[in-house]
Design a protein around this ligand. Structure first.
Ligand SMILES: Cc1ncc(C[n+]2csc(CCOP(=O)(O)OP(=O)(O)O)c2C)c(N)n1
Length: 610
């Protein structure tokens, strides 16, 4: 029996292949790029999805390895709203489990697509790339599915028709799983048997737009009562504020509603640490990223001394140590009494959308917040970093803030995990065309992501500047801040900046050790060698580089980097000593020492937090 006999000839004629349907679905969800590495089980997928002569395919960007492809897909999900990664069976997909775990943790809709053996190959014999000890009595085909499933992800191997001529629903399944990633902001893993890529599948009719993918509306009852309650608390408040979390990062509509609400009633807002980079910290109502004693921004005083009512929106359901000032007990909002918590549990945060629509429709009083008075320079150093000082982690953020405040072009920061990550919380970030100007994996905290992330940012910035008319061309710049350990984790990704012809500034904070978390002198902490010449390396990638010692030398060269194309690397010789630490780390170290009962530290900590 054939399809023809089942549903008739005209139905049969219009059947697309699974590969065509996958391509259409990926593009529907905004995917114009896939990051990946090839292999025999992925060859058919690559052929089916790649850009074709009609220009309706997808650009498949090779990465240096699969973990990097996965990380780049995560960055794509951060910026474009959805990420796609393509690998071969097992050897290719398993290295992506680290990126998948990151995506689960950071709430990123990434679709990990893997080639798989043909259905006809299964059950005959053990297949290469499978996990097969030689004493094995049976062939295993599902280890990758199980590995991703163990991370709590939805996984599926697409299937062909079970009986010749019966409907093939693989295309529809692909759509449903990808839609699930989109709706839940979670990664999914899909294996595609290589013989199914060109098999015919039932055609699907995509919704008109992403807006129309049916997720139902808000099903929580009692919204009006919540709105009324907030309004009455606002009526009684003098100095209210919004405290915004990272669940907002994929919801532009909700972000806009919240900003409109803040502006209409003149209510200032701060973000959690994890939501840093989602809002323009130069905006008058923005109080910056707040995290208790670790906060350096000028909004801290308002939060801790003036605010009398907090609306906490889309922060995490479960308390996370780094977001609540490392449980130091100094996070004022955590224990704030007069607070309304709107965590947002519904699909696409529809519950919150309805609440903010309700709030916006109200005509309650406008508040008197004045940025010039209320955002006093509590912690912000008004003086510039001293030009003749040596540059190090203690003055890096101030130096970059000096540069950014005098430059209309936004720096899109990519801090790598290590000392760089902590120092980056004192950066004051401008609004970017990408919607994000500070991107890392703040919660999961995996080292090794800054260059795969930076690659995606640099590609998008290049595309945006090519699209913009000459007159409004603003050159935003991707800026990676990274330790030498972190850099050496991932420097094979540098080749793609050369290939893609994209621009990036890399601040290479060299101290020759894995410093953050170092607790001993053992060889395991030695990530570099004094004789390593980073300039020769950068030269191989046709890049520019310079070692900068003083703040003023750094500033001059940083400005020059912005004019240079390709890779520009600034080597900073960082000293792994306490005085040269960022404020965040000095405080964290002090807290740890005081917890350990060191008398001086106990005193100093008490003085600081009382
Ligand atoms: C994948 C991964 N491995 C290990 C760690 C633990 N870790 C966190 S920071 C760090 C050292 C960072 O050293 P480096 O990049 O040289 O920067 P520094 O702290 O010296 O500035 C390590 C090993 C991690 N977060 N992620």
């Amino acid at each position: 029996m054939s399809y023809e006999m089942n549903f008739g000839q005209s139905y049969n004629k219009q059947l697309p292949s699974l590969g065509e349907t996958m391509s259409e679905v990926i593009r529907f969800f905004g995917g114009q790029h896939i990051y990946g590495v090839g292999g025999d089980f992925a060859a058919n997928l690559i052929a089916a999805l790649s850009n074709n002569e009609h220009g309706d395919g997808i650009q498949i960007n090779p990465s240096s390895n699969e973990m990097h492809a996965g990380f780049s897909a995560c960055a794509q999900a951060e910026i474009d709203g959805m990420g796609f990664c393509l690998t071969t069976y097992m050897v290719g997909s398993l290295p992506c489990t680290s990126a998948a775990a990151l995506a689960v943790t950071e709430g990123l809709p990434v679709v990990f697509i893997s080639g798989a053996p043909a259905e006809s190959e299964v059950n005959q014999v053990a297949i290469h790339h499978t996990i097969q000890p030689n004493a094995s009595w049976k062939a295993e085909y599902d280890n990758a599915l199980e590995a991703f499933s163990a991370l709590g992800m939805r996984v599926e191997r697409l299937q062909g028709q079970r009986v010749e001529g019966h409907p093939n629903i693989a295309g529809q399944r692909f759509y449903q799983i990808v839609a699930e990633a989109y709706k839940n902001k979670q990664p999914v893993f899909i294996e595609v048997p290589r013989d199914q890529v060109f098999a015919k599948t039932q055609p699907i009719k995509l919704p008109k737009s992403l807006e129309n993918i049916c997720c139902g509306s808000n099903i929580l009852a009692g919204t009006e009562l919540i709105v009324d309650n907030i309004i009455s608390k606002l009526e009684q408040a003098k100095s209210p504020m919004l405290y915004l979390g990272d669940r907002l990062k994929h919801n532009e509509k909700l972000k806009m509603l919240i900003l409109a609400f803040a502006e209409k009633f003149n209510i200032p807002y701060a973000t959690t640490w994890f939501a840093k980079g989602l809002f323009d910290e130069y905006a008058p109502l923005c109080l910056g990223a707040y995290n208790g004693v670790f906060t350096q921004t000028p909004g801290r005083e308002y939060i801790e001394k003036s605010a009398d009512y907090v609306i906490d929106v889309a922060t995490s359901i479960f308390p996370q140590d780094c977001n609540i000032a490392f449980a130091t007990g100094t996070h004022k909002i955590e224990t704030f009494e007069n607070k309304t918590l709107l965590k947002g549990g519904s699909l696409l945060e529809k519950d919150l959308v309805v609440i903010f629509e309700g709030l916006l429709a109200d005509n309650c009083k406008t508040f008197t917040f004045d940025p010039l008075v209320d955002k006093n320079q509590y912690h912000e150093k008004t003086a510039l970093a001293i030009g003749s000082d040596d540059l190090d982690f203690n003055n890096l953020a101030q130096t970059l803030n000096d540069l950014q405040s005098q430059d209309d072009d936004t720096y899109v920061y990519l801090p790598e995990v290590g000392n760089s990550y902590f120092a980056s919380y004192s950066l004051k970030v401008r609004k970017s065309k990408l919607g994000r100007s500070w991107i890392t994996n703040p919660w999961y905290g995996a080292m090794g992501t800054a260059l795969p992330y930076g690659r995606v940012v640099a590609q998008r910035l290049k595309a945006l500047s090519e699209q913009a008319p000459q007159t409004e061309q603003r050159k935003e710049r991707a800026v990676v801040i990274i330790g030498d350990g972190g850099f050496h984790f991932q420097l094979n990704e540098l080749i793609h900046f050369l290939k893609d012809q994209t621009d990036i500034t890399i601040i290479y904070m060299r101290n020759n050790i894995f410093h953050l978390g170092k607790s001993g002198e053992g060889p395991i902490y030695h990530c570099n060698d004094k004789a390593f010449d980073v300039h020769s390396l950068v030269k191989a990638y046709q890049g520019h580089s310079k070692t900068c010692t003083s703040v003023s030398e750094f500033k001059d060269y940083f400005k020059l980097c912005k004019q240079q194309s390709g890779i520009s690397l600034i080597e900073v010789e960082a000293k792994p000593i306490e005085e040269r630490q960022s404020n965040e780390l000095k405080l964290l170290n002090l807290y740890i020492k005081s917890q350990n009962g060191q008398p001086d530290a106990v005193k100093a900590w008490q003085a600081l937090t009382q």
